[in-house]
Design a protein around this ligand. Structure first.
Ligand code: PLP
Length: 366
């Protein structure tokens, strides 16, 4: 494997990549100390050394993000909306009492991580991407319950495969009623590590029963839709005269859900199609009463995962029509195609979502 090449590595089987760790050239690391961020460095390692008293380790003072970079049709590598993730990380940092990462530093770190790992960006047309994982950690020695004296900001990368190698397959979903993911005035809208570990037991048990994804309702009343454990809930209604028979893109509103960058993008695309966008509290009874023609989970990993059934307390509600239970429905297919087209550079990027390649040159910093 040649190190100073921006071309995809020939040592990787691009057609058989999953979503798992694979050694790369390294990660980018910045330290915040005495009120300011340093200039950062490129670390040629897959490990990080920190004090055993670090609040990140002891009190979960940590947050993260998930972003993808794509090798586009014109050969350039571009990052999808890192500025949106930068804003969300600032929100998470504020909730967890951490030093915010300025947006320009966040974007620079993403570019730097990609520039030093260009050969790990999958080839155009493979359906894969370079997954970027920004991490903000409370580091330094502080065993008392106080904010860390030092913060570490990292951007690591992993090449990931085509989520839909064998086509977009609708999945079965289970509502988690025995556990609340996010308290009403809690941290559900932030991407804190502590929001995820307690869900693992429930999502793993659901997977063992054949449910690929789990859905959470609002913690206070257990009657309104919040979101899936790792993605936002989105739905398309049947045409109705109320909205001039236009498709309605429905994205439930809740103070306890993550503001998905994918959802924000799908909303913009749906509006560009002339669809009506509905952003309000959505009762779970809308699912039970079959208000939706299509339901999907949306997020960076897969863009759209269609849902073919939702089970709650032993009662299963099939979603949509028999056709949408075997394959992605026409509405979400249109959104998925538009989104992936922009990400791959097959379609124009009218919103300036793809962080241009300027600044991304193979660097391999020492
Ligand atoms: N909701 C949760 C709880 C998530 O973990 C994710 C994934 O990051 C999302 C929603 C989707 O967010 P995004 O589209 O920014 O990846």
């Amino acid at each position: 494997m040649t190190i100073n090449t921006p071309d995809p590595s020939t040592a990787i089987d691009w057609d058989n990549l999953g979503f798992k760790w694979l050694d790369t050239n390294g990660y980018v690391k910045y330290i915040h100390k005495d009120g300011k961020w340093d200039n950062g460095e490129f670390v040629r390692d897959a490990y990080i050394k920190m004090h055993v008293c670090a609040p990140a380790l002891n009190y979960g003072q940590e947050c993260f993000e998930g972003i993808k970079a794509f090798r586009c049709k014109d050969g350039n590598v571009r990052i999808f909306r890192p500025d949106a993730n930068a804003k969300r990380m600032q929100y998470s940092a504020d909730l967890a009492c951490m030093a915010p990462v300025p947006e320009d530093l966040f974007v620079e770190a993403c570019e730097r991580a990609v520039a030093n790992n260009l050969e790990f960006v999958p080839p155009y047309g493979s359906g894969g991407a370079l997954y970027l994982r920004p991490l903000l950690l409370g580091t330094g020695a502080e065993i008392g319950l106080y904010p860390a004296p030092e913060f570490t900001f990292i951007v690591m990368v992993i090449p990931v495969g085509n989520f839909y190698k064998s086509g977009v397959k609708p999945v079965d979903c289970l509502v988690v009623d025995s556990f609340d993911r996010a308290a009403p005035l809690g941290t559900g809208a932030a991407k804190l590590g502590g929001n995820y570990a307690p869900v693992l037991k429930h999502s793993s048990a659901a997977k063992e029963q054949g449910f690929a994804i789990t859905l959470h309702l609002d913690s206070k009343t257990h009657s309104n839709i919040d979101e899936f454990s790792t993605s936002n809930f989105v739905a398309l209604t049947y045409p109705s005269p109320e909205h001039g028979n236009k498709p309605v893109f429905c994205a439930p509103e809740s103070p306890s859900i993550l503001n998905s960058v994918t959802k924000q993008s799908l909303v913009q695309l749906a509006k560009s199609f002339g669809w009506y966008v509905e952003n309000k509290i959505v009762p779970f009874s809308d699912v039970e009463n079959n208000r939706f023609e299509e339901i999907a989970a949306c997020g960076t990993a897969a863009v759209i995962t269609p849902v073919k059934s939702i089970q709650r307390q032993g009662v299963t509600t099939p979603i949509g029509t028999p056709e949408t239970r075997d394959a992605i429905g026409a509405g979400f297919l249109r959104l998925f195609t538009a989104m992936r087209g922009i990400q791959n550079g097959d379609l124009e990027d009218p919103y300036g979502w793809m962080q241009p390649a300027q600044g991304i040159a193979p660097r391999h910093e020492a």
